[in-house]
Design a binder for this molecule. Structure first.
Ligand code: DUC
Ligand code: ZN
Ligand code: ZN
Length: 496
């Protein structure tokens, strides 16, 4: 089926211009003025609207088995909710249990994701280390289109990666041409603080942010960045929530290090007062890690996005319903960590980013789509409106007004962290590889239509880095260890 998107303004990360866009066989076939409607093609009237690359959410956890339960949005419902909000691709995470064979976990996640209705890819978490993990990293990069490995510096006793694992995994990643990513929180500190706060008698959700102060995040971000610096590997810090981790990123970037930072829509727009709400269900619904922060941190995060020190926006979409959250009714440490947001990221960022003047439309496209495509090496196939790119497109109505609510959202969860927020601007039509999957407020998706997206390694950059690293290696000092007498004798021989 061919689709002609007619009369809109195309907005990319670089520029905006009036053009029609013709999609055929899942790709963008032509961009130009007054393209004639091909025979049999459908038309999308984009008059007065913007035609942008579909959103890429580089950080989601669909149906994640976590903290004794499983995230409620699976790959089908979660990717469908994304399409309803203009997000056409996710990068989710394979998270092996410690000691679990990494390829086994990868294959398990691939199977779970087969029901996706939008395109997807996987970062793979390194949660333990031995020679088989190293070999599996190689197989994943060389044969399965994985170019990013994730490290949880928190969740001690479960999936936490200590410094030894970071060093081993980062070293392997640079060898393979992969990027490393980190959830930056000092897991030992979190563990100790959780115990201390619980022992003080603070057992409710208000204990959650107290056990994970910003310093815990800043320390871990800085540590990971410095380890990456020494080993020469590019690093991406996920869900920066505070000034401290942003400072660590900014400092390293100013020094010329290849460091990237992600911020969640939730961290930009929701503050830590939610944890002091007396209603357990409400407060627990907001328990995620790192936690929501005070407004002064939020202001810094916006500045990070505006300055370019943070390049991507995500959601960490990982939903748990009230009965699941109730596991931590008497102990905040047992509340499953996670919140949703994939359906609303594009609209809340437009409303609070573009409409407030914090971001230009082109910057908006960069931080919601294009930068993620570039950092994870799938640009221009994804994240662009260009001939030959996948026709993952959102037609954006800047005048549409809606109030976000769990009553009307498509996410499979019983609350919405943006509940009651009125936004102006939202997706009117979403195209996934050239098919209209959302229009007139309705989804029209097909289970299993989403495709796995291979992400090749970063060969050129890494070859250069390896050469630079080789030059930087200290050369061994050659010493004449022979007894002095012999050396003297030789000297005299040479003289003659
Ligand atoms: N943080 C969450 O809140 N949930 C899933 C994993 C994570 O790091
Ligand atoms: Zn995380
Ligand atoms: Zn996450």
């Amino acid at each position: 089926m061919n689709i002609l998107i007619k009369g809109g303004t195309v907005v990319t990360a670089e520029r905006s211009w009036r053009a029609d866009v013709l999609c055929a066989d899942g790709k963008i076939q032509e961009i130009g003025s007054d393209i004639e409607l091909p025979k049999g093609a459908d038309i999308v009237d984009a008059g007065g609207q913007y035609v942008m690359p579909g959103g890429i959410d580089p950080h989601t956890h669909m149906q994640l088995p976590f903290m004794g339960t499983v995230a409620s949005d699976d790959f089908e419902t979660g990717t469908a909710a994304g399409l309803a909000g203009g997000t056409t691709m996710i990068i989710d995470f394979v998270i092996p249990n410690p000691q679990q064979n990494v390829m086994e976990a990868y294959n398990q996640w691939r199977e779970w994701a087969e029901k996706s209705v939008a395109d997807y890819s996987f970062h793979v978490a390194i949660t333990w280390w031995d020679e088989t993990v190293s070999a599996d990293m190689e197989t994943l990069v060389k044969e399965h289109g994985v170019n990013s490995f994730k490290h949880f510096m928190a969740y001690k006793g479960a999936i936490m990666a200590d410094d030894e694992i970071l060093v081993n995994s980062f070293s392997k990643a640079i060898e393979l041409g992969a990027i490393v990513t980190c959830h930056a929180e000092n897991g030992d500190l979190v563990y100790a603080l959780q115990q201390k706060i619980y022992d003080m008698g603070i057992t409710g959700p208000e204990g959650h942010p107290l056990s994970r102060p910003p310093e815990v995040e800043g320390e871990a971000a800085n540590r990971a960045i410095r380890i990456a610096e020494v080993l020469g590997v590019p690093i991406y810090i996920v869900h920066n929530s505070c000034r401290q981790s942003l400072e660590a990123i900014t400092r390293a970037r100013n020094e010329g290090q290849r460091v990237y930072g992600e911020v969640l829509a939730g961290h930009l727009l929701i503050d830590d007062s939610v944890y002091r709400n007396k209603d357990f269900d409400f407060a627990a619904a907001h328990v995620m890690s790192p936690p929501f922060r005070s407004p002064d941190h939020q202001k810094e995060l916006w500045h990070g996005l505006q300055s370019g020190n943070l390049q991507t926006t995500a959601t960490d979409h990982c939903c748990f319903c009230a009965p699941q959250k109730a596991a931590g009714k008497d102990d905040f440490r047992l509340i499953p960590n996670g919140t949703g947001g994939i359906e609303n990221r594009m609209e809340v960022l437009w409303h609070h980013g573009v409409s407030t003047g914090r971001l230009t439309m082109n910057e908006y496209v960069a931080v919601t789509s294009t930068n993620a495509a570039k950092i994870f090496n799938i640009f221009p196939r994804k994240g662009s409106i260009s001939v030959g790119a996948d026709a993952d497109i959102v037609v954006w109505d800047p005048e549409a007004i809606k109030t976000i609510s769990a009553k009307t959202h498509h996410q499979n969860v019983d609350y919405n962290i943006f509940e009651g927020m009125e936004v102006k601007g939202s997706a009117s039509n979403t195209l996934s590889r050239g098919k209209i999957v959302f229009a007139d407020g309705k989804l029209n998706v097909e289970r299993g239509a989403g495709r796995y997206v291979d992400r090749p390694p970063f060969a050129t950059y890494y070859d250069a880095m390896k050469k630079r690293a080789a030059v930087k290696q200290p050369t061994a000092v050659k010493r004449d260890t022979r007894p002095k007498r012999v050396a003297m004798k030789k000297k005299s021989v040479i003289k003659r």
